[in-house]
Design a protein around this ligand. Structure first.
Ligand SMILES: NC(=O)c1ccc[n+]([C@@H]2O[C@H](COP(=O)([O-])OP(=O)(O)OC[C@H]3O[C@@H](n4cnc5c(N)ncnc54)[C@H](OP(=O)(O)O)[C@@H]3O)[C@@H](O)[C@H]2O)c1
Length: 244
């Protein structure tokens, strides 16, 4: 299995869950080789590998996915987890910065995932497989300060649903998880700030998620038992946002 953005946070927890389940894992990172190598050496089981790419670079994604499949001897699971979440409030961001934020966010969170799916589907078409995309509650609830992020995740949800239909005839199931706040490097600053208590209070459990709670759902969605969940988007937000 291949998980993108596995050097830290949710991706790291996903890699751990799959290794604990007996899978061989391709740990992808962009610029965190020491973290990825440390994880590879710490995971249970054998045969785990480290792969590198900027997922916003289509050629790098192709080389990364093909390389992982070759070194693992095939590819049965892809988890698109790598993502960026940077502030760009509309009235406080220059037009030039606005262009940069939209381009970088869509290239990484949406087009990067679409390209990884294009590549992975070619390795799965004969033998079936599972693709899980890590989306966000923000796709439904809105992201007023990170609007490109919300749009990228809404696009990722649509990509998930279309791919679920397109790839089902090949035994490939495609699904997504949509977490609310999770304790990772991405959110640490928010959680430690004055807003931290308010963020925790968004959930009636009065806390945010742990990365391993997201990984458990991803692991199940990639299991043989979850074929019928293809096309779904699982809310993992501690009842902090109820969509209908
Ligand atoms: N944390 C949350 O509250 C939360 C909530 C909902 C959804 N999510 C989603 O969950 C996913 C993981 O989030 P996280 O909190 O675990 O993030 P994180 O701790 O910031 O880690 C992000 C990971 O993505 C990789 N990455 C970022 N940009 C990349 C690029 N251009 N090319 C390749 N890799 C790239 C990073 O690699 P390097 O280490 O090499 O930079 C890192 O491994 C994201 O898609 C995020 O949108 C997170």
């Amino acid at each position: 299995m291949l998980v993108t953005g596995a050097s830290r946070g949710i991706g790291r927890a996903v890699a751990t869950a799959f290794a604990e389940g007996g899978d061989r894992v391709a740990i992808h990172h962009r610029g965190s080789a020491p973290l990825a190598e440390q994880l590879r050496d710490a995971l249970p089981g054998e045969g785990h590998i480290v792969v590198q790419a900027d997922v916003a670079d289509p050629d790098a994604v192709r080389a990364m996915v093909d390389g992982a499949a070759e070194r693992l001897g095939g590819l049965d699971v892809l988890v698109n987890n790598a993502g960026v979440y940077t502030p760009h409030p509309v009235l406080e961001t220059s037009y030039e910065q606005w262009q940069q934020q939209w381009r970088r966010t869509l290239d990484t969170n949406l087009i990067g995932a679409a390209n990884a799916i294009w590549c992975a589907a070619r390795h799965m078409r004969e033998r079936g497989g599972r693709i899980v995309n890590v989306s966000s509650r923000g796709a439904f609830r809105g992201e007023p300060g990170q609007v490109a992020y919300g749009a990228s995740k809404a696009g990722l949800n649509s990509l998930t649903q279309s791919m679920a239909v397109a790839l089902a005839p090949y035994g490939i199931a495609v699904a997504a998880v949509a977490p609310g706040y999770v304790e990772t490097d991405m959110t640490n600053e928010h959680l430690k700030s004055e807003r931290g208590a308010d963020i925790r209070a968004q959930s009636p459990f009065n806390r945010v998620a742990r990365a391993d709670e997201i990984a458990a759902a991803v692991h199940w969605l990639a299991s043989p038992a979850a074929e019928w969940a293809s096309g779904t988007i699982i809310d993992l937000n501690g009842a902090s946002y109820l969509r209908t």
